[in-house]
Design a protein around this ligand. Structure first.
Ligand code: AMP
Ligand code: GLY
Length: 421
């Protein structure tokens, strides 16, 4: 098979790494890819959300399957455009992806299908939002409606902060993504990312992980896309997983089908394990980043039949995926200044020679300079991942490898996995 992987982050590097191990794959192309992915397949300079360019590339190489990593490509309609030309796509249509790309849509969808989630209201004017806020108690949860790369959520400790977040959002800080603001009830509990594949009819659970969203140790500092992850997720017991499947995943896949937007790809449910059971924080139409990295590290089964079945149908005929009886961890190395203003261009020295046992380093935001040096080219730059018999061993291996990375301009958290240890 010929497979095209769309995207350039650590999530896509991990997907490409696992796909490249499949005996079914004859040719792997990544666009736009990154220097790490260049070791696994061909790299083509087509931006992820360049729908015309990606479709042309898929046709040129005769792709049997296109695997879409990032949500921006889904929102831009890449899955729809590939369907029009008859190329199988692992990734949701733009309409189905609204469960991620519009929080207002997601909340209304959850209400239509009885999915447990925080109570909410949507506003287009600051005055109405302020009147509603005055009826609530702190902390306040304020969200921009559209895609903001994880920056559109504020948990405000007091009313003044909450109003400022509303004004910011409606005032244009996120462009059209902030034209509507969602205010929701605050939920408490441990957070877990649960994944399921959908093929338009059936849903199949595809692993769970926990990530760390705050920038600094002790879960302090600003929210980020994720500074590290680990799997399995001990907080999600088999009982809670079954409840989440029955109350959230299955009705969501069914609901998307009955609403005429059958779901093909991966459905990521961000769950809050509240005292009254799992409740939905958000849906995403893609794998989590860095959760995907730990899923791929633990996945024993060949990933390609699953991606293909999600794209073409037939998930019901596949067995549940097999996971290694090991723990996996991912520690994100970010450029200083991330998430506000990461500094680009610093040179990274990766350890040479034989990699440490059980360790894989995925590239997330790197580039090759003309002289061949590897440099930082994004906020989250490297993902140092490791497997071990348990989380403690995996973690020791990951931090051991990090200590051999020569990159003074980067930073990382030293406490990934603390909740589970
Ligand atoms: P989101 O982008 O919707 O996942 O929100 C980012 C983060 O904000 C989540 O991972 C939670 O930690 C937090 N959050 C979002 N919504 C709520 C809520 N209703 N109650 C408590 N925390 C929330
Ligand atoms: N790690 C959280 C996300 O991918 O949204």
């Amino acid at each position: 098979m010929i497979i095209l992987v769309v995207g350039s982050g650590g999530r896509e590097h991990a997907l490409a790494w696992k796909i490249a191990q499949s005996p079914l794959v004859k040719r792997l192309v990544c666009a736009p890819g990154n220097p790490g992915m260049a070791a696994l397949g061909e790299i083509r300079a087509v931006a992820a959300a360049d729908v015309t360019g990606q479709v042309a590339l898929a046709r040129e190489i005769g792709a049997d399957l296109v695997v879409v990593g990032p949500e921006i490509a889904l929102e831009a309609g890449l899955a729809d455009a590939l369907e029009d030309v008859g190329i199988a796509c692992f990734g949701a249509s733009a309409r189905a992806a609204r469960i991620e790309t519009s929080k207002a849509f997601m909340k209304a969808f959850a209400a239509r299908h009885g999915l447990p989630t925080a109570a909410h209201r949507v506003f287009e004017t600051a005055d109405e939002a302020a009147t509603y806020l005055a009826t609530l108690t702190a902390p306040y949860v304020i969200k921009a409606d559209g895609l903001t790369a994880g920056k559109g959520v504020t948990i405000a400790a007091n009313l003044a902060e909450a109003r400022a977040a509303v004004d910011d959002c409606l005032g244009g800080r996120f462009g059209s993504a902030g034209a509507r603001v969602v205010i929701e009830e605050f939920m408490t509990g441990e957070e877990v990312s649960l994944f399921a594949l959908g093929d338009g009819e059936t849903g199949l659970l595809f692993g769970a992980a926990q990530d760390h969203k705050r920038a600094f140790d002790g879960d302090q500092g600003p929210n980020t896309g994720g500074m590290g992850a680990y799997a399995p997720a001990p907080a999600l017991t088999p009982t809670l997983e079954a409840v989440a499947r029955q109350q959230l995943i299955d009705p969501a896949i069914r609901g998307l089908t009955t609403e005429g937007t059958p779901y093909r790809g991966v459905l990521y449910a961000g769950l809050m394990l509240t005292p009254t059971g799992p409740r939905l924080v958000e849906f995403n139409a893609r794998f989590g980043d860095p959760e995907c990295q730990v899923l791929m590290m633990r996945l024993e089964s060949d990933v390609v039949p699953y991606l293909l079945a999600a794209a073409r149908g037939g998930l019901a005929d596949l067995p549940a995926p097999i996971w290694r009886d090991e723990a996996a961890i991912c520690v994100v190395l970010a450029a200083k200044g991330y998430p506000q203003a990461p500094q680009a261009g610093s040179v990274i020295g990766l350890p040479d020679g034989v990699p440490d046992e059980g360790v894989v380093i995925f590239h997330a935001g790197t580039a090759r300079r003309e002289d061949g040096a590897l440099v930082a080219a994004g906020g989250r730059v490297l993902n140092v991942c490791a497997r071990g018999r348990d989380l403690a061993e995996a973690r020791a291996r990951a931090y051991g490898a990090i200590d051999r990375v020569d990159w003074p301009e980067g930073f990382h958290r030293r406490d990934i996995g603390w909740r589970a240890l």
